[in-house]
Write a protein that binds this ligand. Structure first.
Ligand SMILES: Cc1ncc(COP(=O)(O)O)c(C=O)c1O
Length: 492
């Protein structure tokens, strides 16, 4: 058979820059070849490698039922069909930008305002990251990125732009804090290697840690980029998933307005999306919000390559301008995430002694299985990961795929399934540990010197009275009060 020679293709087409071969994607393949289904395949692999927020679809569906005009494909909304179907302006619908700007402010506690004229659309945060990389860096230039970081940054920032990522190594000894020292070290290393650093990319709240950056750390990062005259890109796509009121969530948008900070706003850029906060990754609503006019103008022109469809803009504009709904949704979503996270991490600890990094946000926990490695190596981490997939029948993501510098950590997603699937996942873990005496022994031996790895159920951390009530019900009863996710049921 005739095969096209690789020489006839571009470097992009023949390179491995997409990262499809990483363990992160391998886990998805393992799940796809044998997916769990409660009736058709009860022994199948449970997908815990997907950071999806499916806990509030009943709330969304309810709104859709009550607002048929929001869709141009209903008898109530069809009058707007023509006008919306022919819209293709890359500035986006003004009502969409206004609604998104308001939503961004709301999920940041209305402590800051966002200018709708600075909202630039992209195909999800994925498109937003590439767009920002194109605007800020040339091939060969680099971004510093603290570890562990979202695996697909390697694809989004590097693959088509030719930009590099220089990891900033963060350690478990201080709960993976992003220190000035670690950033300086990475910057210096780049200088020595003659690599031009164009920016620092942070994710706040963090994927995979589920933690938020505190005000002082953020300030020190803003000071750092100003001293070095490089850019700061803040991925804040998990902003509304912060489910504890303490520590407070602080956006970089707040920091740059503080009086004791001297900041050149031209260096600051926010990446946002509705994929996590609203649970709409399929709508591909991504946002670049830059305080730099030139970046904003260039990004807007580039957005032609990844516009959000006008149909989606229209619907999102209606939904997000309904302030009563948005308030209710945000509160409900945080409450359900808190219940789920606490229930799952308590289950891991109470039933089998597995601990997770203390977190206050996100759709996942960062599980510590270092005690189960025979040797503290990434080979052993991969071997354990294989056991988790093949024997425990769970797809979780190994820390190495997040460029974690220490083996033995795993990210486990908890918001993409219904209660029964989560309960089954806990049962499988428990049965596996009970069956393997040496594993049970290692977990038992764990000593609890780090208070940050303890679970904190103190009610002062919860954001509302209602949450406390729900938490109590959720913790005491084996049946969490969460509704079943219709989407997951339909899919699995
Ligand atoms: C930190 C982070 N940034 C960006 C993305 C990509 O998001 P989107 O679906 O909006 O492209 C993800 C998705 O998991 C993520 O975790």
């Amino acid at each position: 058979m005739f095969r096209l020679s690789c020489k006839l293709l571009s470097k992009v087409a023949t390179s491995d820059g997409h990262g499809e071969n990483s363990p992160y994607f391998d886990g998805w393949k393992a799940y796809e070849s044998d997916p769990y289904h409660p009736i058709n395949n009860p022994e199948g692999v449970i997908q815990m490698g997907l950071a999806e927020n499916q806990l509030c679809f009943d709330v969304i569906q309810n709104w859709l039922m009550n607002n048929p005009k929001a869709s141009i494909c209903t008898p109530e909304g069809v009058d707007a069909f023509k006008e919306i179907a022919i819209f293709q302006d890359y500035h986006g619908l003004s009502e969409f930008r206004e609604a998104v700007a308001k939503f961004m402010a709301k999920v940041r506690g209305n402590n800051v305002k966002f200018d709708p004229d600075r909202i630039v659309m992209s195909g999800g945060a994925t498109g937003a990251h590439e767009m920002i990389a194109f605007c800020l860096a040339d091939p060969g230039d680099a971004f510093l990125v603290p570890t562990p970081y979202y695996p697909a940054f390697d694809r989004d920032l590097k693959w088509r732009t030719g930009v590099q990522i220089i990891p900033v190594v963060c350690k478990s000894s201080n709960n993976f804090k992003v220190t000035r020292e670690a950033i300086e070290g990475a910057y210096k290393g780049a200088e020595e290697a003659n690599i031009r650093v164009q920016g620092l990319l942070i994710t706040n709240p963090s994927n995979p840690l589920g933690t938020t950056l505190d005000r002082e750390t953020l300030k020190s990062l803003v000071r750092f980029v100003n001293e070095k005259n490089i850019h700061l890109v803040c991925d804040e796509i998990y902003a509304a998933t912060v489910f504890m009121s303490e520590p407070n969530y602080v956006s970089v948008a707040e920091i740059i307005e503080e009086e004791d900070i001297e900041c050149n706003p031209d260096l600051i850029h926010i990446v946002y999306s509705l994929s996590k906060d609203m649970g709409f990754p399929g709508f591909r609503v991504g946002i670049v919000y830059s305080y730099n006019d030139r970046v904003m103008n260039c990004a807007r022109k580039m957005s032609s390559f990844g516009l959000v469809s006008s149909q989606t803009q229209h619907m999102i504009a209606s939904m997000l301008s309904d302030e009563e709904f948005v308030d209710k949704f945000i509160t409900e979503s945080k409450t359900r995430l808190a219940v789920r996270q606490q229930y799952f991490s308590m289950g891991l600890y109470d039933q089998v002694g597995i601990r997770c990094l203390k977190s206050n946000a996100g759709l996942f926990v960062w599980m510590d299985l270092r005690k189960l490695l025979k040797e503290q190596t990434f080979e052993d981490e991969m071997a354990l990961w294989k056991v988790i997939i093949d024997e425990v029948r769970l797809n979780v993501s190994p820390g190495s795929s997040f460029h974690c510098s220490e083996p033995g950590w795993f990210r486990v997603c908890f918001a993409n399934m219904d209660d029964k699937a989560m309960e089954l996942a806990l049962t499988r873990i428990r049965n596996f540990v009970l069956k393997n005496k040496d594993i049970a022994l290692s977990l038992k031996k764990q000593c609890w010197h780090s208070s940050n790895l303890r679970l904190n159920l103190s009610s002062r951390n919860l954001s509302s009275r209602r949450m406390e009530e729900i938490m109590l019900v959720g913790m005491m009863s084996p049946h969490s009060p969460l509704p079943q996710s219709p989407l997951l049921q339909a899919r699995t």
